[in-house]
Write a protein of this length. Structure first.
Length: 218
């Protein structure tokens, strides 16, 4: 009986450890969105840019047609509406002139900045910015909406989702990284006015924070 109870306690302990490891892995990895090589179907659509649901946004790839061996190097935009890869129709003749082409895809650069990983957690001091930048283009190309839930970070891939917690009052908000900054020593995250208001940090200006990565990049 003692042996059975001991075995059950060990099993429960290992199961709890496995769950913790799984959570950390899910937070850290975006490698599944940036494989070195994959085989997929290429379709030709009425689009301006290459689209894919399997590769991180703005990755640079080399596509090799398995029909005629011809290659094409292009930048891929992320789209969950596409299965495989969708190329502009102008490339149809080059890659085999079929409606669908089996292809080998090699990722030359992961995303816009070559980032594959995000840290699981971030800690530091957060500030906020608003009206002065409202409506202006951010480093990601998006227009800044001061009332939205956005953030600027020096290195995290654009599109990364963070759950940010104000350590002064325990309030939290989910934000998307769309900009670069802050470039002031001792500050680690710049939040939009809308996100800062949710955290009740407008009056404080700068607060200690802890953030968990929900999604690494687009």
């Amino acid at each position: 009986m003692r042996f059975i109870l001991f075995a059950l306690s060990v099993a429960l302990f290992l199961a709890s450890c496995a769950k913790k490891v799984e959570r950390v892995e899910r937070g850290r990895l975006s490698v599944r969105d940036c494989p070195k090589t994959l085989y997929t179907t290429v379709k030709f659509c009425d689009v301006k840019h290459a689209l894919s649901d399997r590769i991180q946004h703005l990755s640079k790839v080399r596509i090799k047609s398995l029909h005629n061996g011809k290659t094409l190097t292009t930048v891929v935009y992320r789209s969950n509406k596409v299965r495989g890869i969708c190329l502009p129709r102008k490339y149809k003749r080059l890659l085999g002139n079929h409606s669908r082409v089996k292809a080998k895809v090699r990722v030359l650069r992961c995303g816009k900045e070559g980032r594959k990983h995000c840290p699981y957690k971030l800690k530091g001091y957060a500030s906020w910015y608003g009206r002065k930048f409202h409506g202006k283009k951010t480093a990601s190309g998006k227009r800044f909406n001061m009332y939205g839930k956005y953030a600027a970070h020096r290195t995290l891939p654009f599109g990364t989702l963070l759950k940010v917690k104000n350590l002064k009052n325990g309030r939290s908000v989910v934000v998307e990284v769309i900009d670069r900054g802050p470039f002031v020593r001792g500050r680690h995250l710049d939040l939009s006015y809308g996100a800062a208001k949710k955290l009740k940090m407008i009056g404080s200006g700068v607060v200690p924070f802890e953030a968990r990565v929900i999604r690494c990049g687009n």
